[in-house]
Design a protein around this ligand. Structure first.
Ligand code: NAP
Length: 263
């Protein structure tokens, strides 16, 4: 079911990172259905191709551009933005969604793992934003949504690397929101708990194993709504934050937790 008007983002060019994954692909579909030109990126070319076909099935006239890139690589990040803008014009909306899990309890944490998680989840997102932000400033408008996590608002067992990277994204969201608003650019975050994607299921399963319980017990006991969040519920929240309906929402982290974290 389409929640937003088919022309709610007409004339906008949105870059969605992590579009080959669970949350990113749903976000791409929702935003394309709102009339935006969408540039979709991830490293897996076959997934980008498959997603483009799926979008065209539901939205035949959607304007979709794909570019495979490793966001951890300086050159590929710059080429992504350059080629996207050449194909679809200046980027006016950005969804920083790409991310990885990793790490573990502090005593077992390897430096390589810590640096890899911080590099993909935080540093690469900041550096990509730097490039896109220049373009938004010239347009004197824009909106950015960072996909953080409940782990960016409170610590978790074994979360030194992952939660650390997501806390860093929360800090980045607040800081850039304050700098950007005078240029007509809004910056916000969505902070989901367990989302029903490969990553979300794996991390819930890990928690279940550590507590010697079943996955469904963990989900039922830790989430008052009794279920994981669906990827399209995250996508719709991102979409709302990108529209003018959210015009005075600045620097927020919108939780999608099924009631598990209330503050
Ligand atoms: N699932 C959850 O429970 C949950 C909860 C809270 C927050 N989140 C956050 O939501 C975001 C999306 O998660 P998801 O559940 O959709 O995970 P996912 O299905 O594993 O998707 C992750 C995405 O990130 C991309 N990516 C990873 N490393 C990359 C790199 N070096 N360069 C470019 N792209 C890269 C992947 O693309 P390629 O593999 O094609 O490169 C993929 O598209 C992440 O930031 C995650 O931390 C997820």
């Amino acid at each position: 079911m389409a929640v937003f008007a088919h022309d709610a983002l007409k004339g906008e060019h949105v870059l969605v990172t992590g579009a080959t994954g669970g949350i990113g692909s749903e976000t791409a579909k929702v935003l394309a259905g709102m009339g935006a030109s969408v540039t979709l990126t991830g490293r897996r070319k076959h997934k980008l191709k498959q997603l483009t076909a799926e979008i065209h099935e539901s939205t035949p006239f959607a304007h979709v551009y794909t570019y495979a890139a490793d966001l951890g690589n300086d050159e590929e990040r710059h080429e992504l933005v350059q080629s996207a803008e050449k194909a679809c014009g200046p980027i006016s909306l950005l969804v920083n969604n790409a991310g990885i899990s990793g790490g573990g309890p502090v005593e077992q944490l390897e430096q390589d793992d810590l640096e890899r998680v911080m590099h993909v989840n935080y540093t690469s997102a900041v550096l990509l934003t730097q490039v896109v932000y220049q373009s938004m400033k010239q347009q004197k408008k824009g909106a950015i949504v960072n996909v953080t996590s409940l782990s960016g608002l409170r610590g978790t067992y074994g979360g030194t690397a992952y939660a650390g990277s997501k806390f860093a994204m929360t800090g980045f969201t607040h800081s850039l929101a304050l700098e950007a608003i005078e240029h007509g650019i809004r910056v916000n975050a969505v902070s989901p708990g367990f989302v029903d994607t490969e990553m979300g299921r794996a991390s819930a399963q890990k928690k279940a194993e550590r507590q010697n319980r079943s996955l469904s017990e963990v989900v039922k006991d830790s989430i008052p709504s009794g279920r994981m969040t669906k990827p399209d519920e995250v996508a719709n929240t991102i979409a709302f934050l990108l529209t003018d309906a959210a015009a005075n929402i600045v620097g927020e982290s919108v939780k999608i937790s099924g009631g598990s974290v209330l503050r």
